[in-house]
Write a protein that binds this ligand. Structure first.
Ligand code: UFG
Length: 342
């Protein structure tokens, strides 16, 4: 079965995708420098799939080591490039780190793909490229304008997409699928892998489950004075396993040469917007656990509301995010309980 290199494969979305790929029979090589993960994730993947994936402890920016990897594995059919720094706040404080990591790692990967005649890449992008879409562009589809990024992180994703388009133009053999994720949440149903942020979580779901577990006293809801029905921000929360599946389908589409286009872009979301307060209430109903919270000031840089129009992914990729939100929230809670021995 085809060999796929997954950069960032021990990370949150990467690890769930590796599980799906292995279960479909793909031969996976994970490349990760463990900057925001650990080798325990490999144990989790092995527990689920019955097989330990090949793991290369490498930094994608280390061109020489990456070059040796491409020479060693001569039968790579596609790369899924997750490896990147991804915290919006951190990117504001350390912009150069974000530009260096996120841009030079992609440039190295594309350069080596060209050199070694590896022609398929799936790239992790983000709905952050749309900024705050105009009201008449909600839900947001792939034709919505790309606005000026609100953070260095967002800017790196925009620049990454441009780099891919330019390289595709210069190299007719190359094919790319750019996946723009909305807000991934949840964990594998086995609770053997999940989201494990370092330090205090920045994202809503890990903060919420840590609060439910008693690790944090209160969840802070950033603002209830937005122009939304209950005043809190609206996002499109997508189950990480549904998202993982989309990567397998994107790889299959490229390997089977189903697309006429060199670069395809898909929004990956559910098509349903949920507010922060709705999500808290759904979590409490689904798990029976109360989440203490308080309303605090707005968080700088937050987008008021964004959710996906996933029609293109539904029809062209044949993919749909269909896991009920209650099951997704229970999976996140089961993971939190397992890692905290609750
Ligand atoms: N929120 C809270 N309290 C928290 C954390 C978050 O109220 O403790 C709120 C935020 O204000 C926002 C919503 O929950 O309204 C979701 O916030 P997240 O931080 O979970 O997610 P974001 O939508 O801000 O960011 C995510 C990814 C980014 C990506 C962005 C694209 O983390 O990588 O989506 O919009 F760029």
């Amino acid at each position: 079965m085809a060999r796929i290199v997954v950069t960032g494969g021990t990370g949150y979305i990467g690890s769930h995708t590796v599980v799906c790929l292995m279960q479909q029979g793909y031969d996976v090589v994970i490349v990760d420098n463990l900057s925001n993960s650990n080798t325990g994730v490999l144990d989790g993947i092995a527990a689920i799939t019955g097989k330990r994936p090949t793991f290369e402890n490498l930094d994608c920016m280390d061109f020489m080591s990456m070059s040796r990897l491409f020479s060693r594995y001569t039968d790579i059919e596609a790369i899924i490039h997750f490896a990147a720094s991804k915290a919006v706040n951190e990117s504001v404080e350390k912009p150069l780190m974000y530009y260096r990591n996120n841009i030079s790692s992609l440039v190295s990967v594309l350069d080596l793909m060209h050199q070694f005649n590896v022609n398929n890449i799936v790239f992790s992008s983000s709905c952050t490229v749309y900024g705050q879409p105009d009201k008449d562009h909600l839900p947001v589809d792939e034709t919505a304008p790309i606005k000026k990024a609100l953070s260095p992180y967002g800017n790196t994703k925009q620049i990454n997409e441009e780099i891919i388009l330019d390289e595709a133009h210069a190299n007719p053999k190359m094919k790319a699928t750019i996946l723009r994720y909305f807000n991934p949440i949840g964990a594998h149903p086995s609770a053997m892998i999940g989201e494990l942020p370092n330090g205090v979580p920045q994202n809503l779901l890990p903060y919420l489950t840590q609060t439910a577990a008693g690790i944090r006293p209160k969840l802070r809801v950033f603002g209830n004075d937005y122009n939304t029905p209950d005043g809190s921000c609206i996002r499109d929360y997508i189950y990480v396993m549904d998202l993982a599946r989309a990567h397998v389908q994107a790889v299959e589409r490229m390997l089977k040469k189903k697309s006429q286009e060199q670069v395809e872009i898909f929004n990956l979301g559910t098509g349903r917007g949920l507010s922060v307060l709705e999500l808290i209430s759904l979590f409490e109903k689904a798990t029976g656990v109360k989440v203490p919270y308080e309303i605090v000031a707005r968080r700088e840089g937050d987008i008021e509301q964004v959710w996906a129009d996933p029609t293109k992914a539904n029809t062209v990729l044949g993919w749909k995010a269909d896991t009920p939100i209650e099951d997704v929230l229970v999976s996140a809670w089961n993971w939190e309980k397992r890692i905290r021995n609750i």
